[in-house]
Write a protein that binds this ligand. Structure first.
Ligand SMILES: *Cc1c(COP(=O)(O)O)cnc(C)c1O
Length: 424
């Protein structure tokens, strides 16, 4: 156990002992009033790695000098571009290289995967979600249900957080699965809930879903690059994520999918198709009859978006270098320090408390802490912003803060406490 202290010296000492501190220099930190801001919104838009420019310039150069020849003769031939990052991407989510592919954007991918993995029958047609799921997921699922001629009210089940609390209980999720074991087609949760920051017990939920005869899929927007995942070993059926949050790959950056190898090796699995998902060796034969590539790549639609993918590649290489387990080690300490700082503030300001609604057990959370102010939440948030603390506000009353181990420091976290102190 680290003994935390609420002093600048103690925070700086933790930074000195941080084996990953050199990675901060690899990112651009936005400024506030001429000084680096305390950037705590890497859960919303991760910061820009300095190496991005070089990766982009290479592709601009090949396009400029080679034109169409860049597809096969560029330095990184565009025809194969998704190959160049699948190992790093697999490392981030715990998958074999063939089980992942970078493509499209998150919601598009979710819809593509639902087409393959939500195959309701008369008997089995229900989908289990968490209450307060991210709106895009809710809308996608609602409309997929309608596409099958079903009504959302009959097909969608929601697990609620326990009354009075904001946290979901694994046993409640398992119980809902069990209660619906004859009619459940799919369990589809956010890996980390975007609002309360809770990390779900993916292996147990997957096991329970399978025992009930259902499929388990996850939206990992807030989990990928945040918490080490073992999608293959956990036997997860499918997953998707975006790359612009913890994966630092730029606004609107390219998303990614995971399809477990036991599904990836089934060419008969129904799917929406395009030429880029066709077997690579015969793609340019331009013949009738779709033959999907084995693995996640068989869900590709269009030729790769090279520029967003070049950014993604630059960023994933930093993850490979730092190591997702090392990042997690620092992340637990860093978020633990933020928890300590918030509790210190609460101790001295009982009338302006910031209630932490993220689970206290580090196994049940990632970087993010979600705070609810008992009074004047919006005002506290605005004052933090004015002090150079970049957090975010979710209606009606949640302040989210996510110290990210690649570029945030313990001093950043100390400065949150100092800013809270100065405004109270
Ligand atoms: C951020 C986020 C999205 C965003 O979807 P896009 O298609 O990338 O715009 C979707 N789902 C969850 C859970 C998210 O956190």
């Amino acid at each position: 156990m680290t003994e935390y202290k609420n002093t600048l010296e103690a925070a700086q000492e933790l930074d000195r002992r941080d084996g990953l501190q050199m990675f901060r220099k690899r990112f651009y930190i936005p400024e506030h009033a001429g000084k680096p801001s305390v950037y705590l919104t890497g859960n919303s838009l991760g910061l820009q790695p300095k190496s991005v420019r070089e990766y982009l310039e290479q592709e601009l150069l090949d396009w400029k000098n080679l034109g169409v020849e860049g597809h096969l003769h560029g330095k990184n031939p565009w025809f194969y571009y998704h190959h160049f990052m699948r190992e790093a991407l697999g490392g981030v989510v715990g998958a074999a290289p063939e089980e992942v592919v970078a493509m499209n954007t998150l919601t598009v991918n979710l819809n593509l995967l639902l087409v393959s993995f939500y195959r309701p029958t008369k008997q089995r047609y229900k989908i289990l979600l968490e209450a307060n799921a991210f709106p895009s997921d809710q809308y996608a699922i609602e409309q997929q249900v309608r596409l099958h001629g079903l009504q959302p009210e009959e097909a969608i089940l929601e697990v609620q957080p326990r009354e009075g609390g904001k946290v979901f209980f694994t046993e409640d999720i398992l119980q809902r699965i069990e209660e619906n074991r004859d009619s459940l087609a799919l369990v589809m949760l956010g890996g980390v809930n975007y609002l309360n920051g809770q990390f779900f017990n993916l292996p147990e939920i997957t096991r329970a879903a399978h025992q009930a005869g259902a499929v388990a899929g996850f939206d990992l927007a807030h989990a990928a690059g945040n918490i080490p995942l073992h999608l293959h070993d956990w036997n997860v059926d499918f997953a998707c994520w975006c790359s612009y949050k913890y994966l630092n790959s730029g606004p609107g950056g390219v998303g990614g999918i995971f399809v477990h190898e036991r599904h990836g090796s089934r060419p008969d699995l129904p799917r929406l198709a395009g030429w880029w998902g066709n077997e690579e060796s015969t793609r340019f034969d331009m013949k009738k009859g779709f033959v999907p590539q084995a693995g996640a790549a068989g869900w590709q639609q269009s030729n790769a978006q090279i520029f967003p993918m070049a950014i993604h590649r630059a960023s994933l290489e930093i993850f490979q270098e730092a190591g997702i387990d090392n990042l997690r080690g620092k992340s637990e300490l860093l978020t633990g320090y933020l928890e300590f700082i918030i509790k210190e503030y609460n101790r001295f300001h009982p009338h302006q408390r910031l209630q932490i609604i993220t689970p206290a057990d580090t196994r049940d959370r990632g970087c993010q802490l979600s705070l609810v102010a008992e009074h004047n939440g919006r005002e506290i948030f605005n004052k933090l912003t004015a002090a150079g603390i970049v957090a975010d506000w979710r209606e009606p009353d949640v302040i989210r803060m996510a110290p990210v181990p690649l570029y945030n420091t313990f001093e950043d976290v100390f400065r949150v406490g100092a800013a809270l102190e100065s405004l109270s």
